[in-house]
Design a protein around this ligand. Structure first.
Ligand SMILES: [Zn+2]
Length: 256
């Protein structure tokens, strides 16, 4: 039974990943999600159903458009595969529980932010809002309305802290340090993780971003580094390994 559910979630994850890719690439450009249907970016050749099967179509077509032969982006199969893996991992880690559903929501947000922020330096509002609404509904179902509403307090505090850090950063570096999207994402971090874990996730994100930022500074001078993918990765990591981080914090405070 476990294997059946795992395979189902892997396939569903790949289909959803394909959809998230469309969301992350089209919404920042203010394009419709439905029209026009999926087509080759280079020759506009409309894709039929057998060219739309996640990962498999890419492999069958050897990574090329069937019509014009142009090389297709590796981003598609990688995103689809990553979503499938994250969905299956969520199940293997948590079973069919509250944390599983929350993990599915966070994995979806992770994929969308990764693609849109890397490509356009944009974090979309709608997936952030949807994440808060869905996790609020989950809290009401698994706990109660009060628990769902109380989680807004750390969310607001985290948002204010990020806003202040952003303002200080802008003054220090004389340019935008935390983007508006990053600050909005911090609200989600506060809602999901509470305090102080949202701050722990912020610290983890800066550590994750550091080698990337240093590398970029040497390669392309003055190029902006999107922070969103690191923030959402840190949120996901702290969420999944919450107990381990909790132990670490307790240990640090006891020692200190
Ligand atoms: Zn083509």
């Amino acid at each position: 039974m476990n294997i059946c559910i795992s395979i189902f979630l892997f396939l569903m994850g790949m289909v959803m990943g394909s959809f998230y890719m469309v969301v992350a690439l089209r919404l920042p450009q203010e394009e419709s999600l439905i029209y026009p249907g999926s087509h080759c970016e280079y020759c506009n050749h409309p894709l039929s159903w057998f060219e739309l099967i996640p990962v498999f179509s890419y492999l069958l077509q050897k990574g090329k458009c069937r019509k014009c032969g142009h090389k297709l982006s590796m981003g598609y199969p990688i995103t689809e595969l990553a979503t499938g893996i994250l969905f299956t991992f969520s199940y293997l880690q948590f079973g069919l529980s509250y944390h599983f559903f929350l993990s599915i929501i966070l994995s979806s947000l992770l994929i969308i932010i990764f693609v849109s922020d890397m490509r356009y330096m944009i974090i979309l509002d709608s997936p952030l809002i949807l994440t808060v609404i869905l996790s609020m509904i989950l809290r009401i179902i698994y706990f109660d309305l009060k628990t769902a509403l109380l989680a807004f307090i750390p969310a607001i505090i985290t948002f204010v802290i990020f806003f202040i850090i952003g303002k200080i950063g802008d003054k220090m570096f004389q340019r935008e340090s935390l983007g508006g999207g990053d600050i909005k994402l911090s609200f989600v971090m506060g809602y999901i993780l509470g305090l102080p874990m949202a701050i722990v996730a912020f610290i983890l994100a800066t550590f994750l971003a550091l080698p990337y930022a240093v590398g970029y500074l040497f390669l392309k001078e003055g190029h902006e580094v999107p922070f969103g993918p690191f923030l959402i990765s840190a949120l996901w990591i702290v969420f999944v390994f919450y107990d381990k981080f909790n132990l670490l914090i307790n240990w640090l405070f006891l020692v200190g």
